[in-house]
Ligand binder design. Structure first.
Ligand code: NDP
Ligand code: MG
Length: 386
């Protein structure tokens, strides 16, 4: 029987990698739903190639354009009518939307899928408690996609997190690792978007360059694996062959390595216990001769100081962090602020009393998160309207 699946954010980097894997065995899969925000042309092409009957285009303008152009498939504007699309639970959903806008789609689709693979890290950081509740209620299996988290998940199989004394998440150090700080603001955007190891979307590539992406990933790991922050550390490993290092209380260490392609974690979330073909993308183990592990310098990567400000229990402060950073990255892309302003302003903003107060509030519903997200974006923007 064909595996039925849905891909949210199918036009993006992760979505396309998943489709690339599916294209190797098209007869094994039936794609029930694809989604994008604006790129209806690419979505149409994907829907035609993979014979998909339902698509969602979340941007209203592009939804209307798409509707006027195509009559032979069902086109929706949001995730509110999933019961029209799914008559019973499908096998697998990939959520690869970027940013907090992926949160509502995730919570909506959980009840229609047996398994959900989530690449979209912001919802995991800001609302894991809400997502987890839905997963339990609907008996839906979850698997992380982000390479470090997939590696931890893979390394922990049959082991309890209580057996772990430390987990290191590796960070390549991004495109600026060997560039002196005083030169950052002179660098063209092209240089910052030129990640040495990974081809990813723009936003996450900039977050990798400031290392805030790794701060996000530590929070993501703390939530998913229910670990204390003191068991999680960042370690620089410029080539990104290793993704996670798990140190166990019994003296054993597991080092999880794979080639620098997201297709590997994605493939493994899709074919978990039923591997019928292999990707053949093995890492040449000779490369492991030169791991060059280094401690992270707080002086160079100011963003990691933020980790000390995060409360142990999930709170609305994380939403403020994610939203403020997102908006600052947007301002940088629009050339309204300098590169170094992204993290400098972020740190100052998080020190404001009104933001610090959010550490005491645990998120309980989506509208609370949406409100903080909107307020923070407004505040950050109002600092820079000129
Ligand atoms: P991309 O920017 O390449 O793709 C994002 C996808 O989401 C596109 O399909 C886009 O549609 C859609 N989208 C954008 N905005 C919205 C919105 N407001 N509402 C609904 N859909 C939207 O991102 P990536 O594939 O790089 O990343 C996806 C997620 O996975 C992110 O959270 C990222 O942090 C995480 N991740 C990515 C990795 C990578 O290697 N790329 C590695 C680990 C994690 P459209 O094309 O129309 O804009
Ligand atoms: Mg990652």
């Amino acid at each position: 029987m064909k595996k039925k699946l849905a891909i949210l954010g199918s036009t993006g980097s992760i979505g396309r990698s998943l489709l690339n894997i599916i294209s190797k065995k098209p007869n094994e899969f039936e794609i029930t739903l694809l989604s994008a925000h604006k790129n209806y042309k690419k979505l149409f092409k994907q829907a035609e190639r993979y014979k998909v009957r339902n698509i969602i285009i979340t941007n209203l303008k592009y939804f209307k354009i798409a509707k006027s152009k195509k009559k032979n498939i069902n086109i929706y504007n949001n995730f509110d009518q999933l019961n029209k699309i799914f008559k019973k639970k499908i096998d697998y959903t990939m959520c690869a939307i970027v940013g907090l806008d992926g949160l509502k789609p995730i919570t909506r689709i959980i009840k229609f899928t047996k398994k959900i693979a989530i690449a979209n890290k912001e919802p995991i950081i800001c609302a894991w408690n809400i997502i987890k509740k839905e997963l339990i209620k609907n008996k839906t299996e979850f698997v992380p996609v982000d390479s470090e988290h997939f590696s931890i998940w893979y390394g922990l199989q049959n082991k309890k997190t209580a057996e772990v004394s430390k987990i290191y998440l590796t960070a390549s150090g991004g495109p600026l690792l060997n560039i002196p700080k005083q030169n950052y603001n002179k660098l063209p955007l092209k240089k910052i978007l030129n990640h040495p190891n990974w081809k990813m979307g723009k936003k996450i590539t900039i977050d990798s360059s400031t290392l805030i992406n790794k701060v996000f990933e530590i929070i993501e790991a703390k939530n998913i694996f229910e670990l204390e922050y003191n068991k999680l550390s960042i370690i620089i490993h410029p080539k990104s062959y290793l993704h996670a290092i798990l140190v166990f209380n019994d003296g054993m260490i597991k080092i999880i390595a794979h080639n620098t392609t997201m297709e590997i974690p994605i493939y493994n979330t899709l074919y978990q216990n039923d591997k019928k073909f292999y990707l053949k993308k093995q890492l040449d183990i000779g490369k492991l001769n030169n791991l060059a592990l280094q401690r992270v310098s707080e002086k160079k990567f100011q963003s990691i100081k933020i980790l000390k400000k995060i409360p142990d229990k999930i709170s609305l402060f994380e939403t403020a962090l994610v939203s403020a950073n997102d908006e600052l990255v947007n301002l940088y892309l629009k050339k309204k602020i300098k590169y170094t302003d992204i993290i400098n302003i972020l740190i100052k903003f998080l020190n404001k009393n009104e933001i610090k107060k959010l550490k005491k509030i645990s998120p309980s519903n989506l509208s609370q998160i949406t409100k903080i997200n909107n307020d923070v974006r407004f505040k950050i923007n109002s600092l820079y309207i000129n």
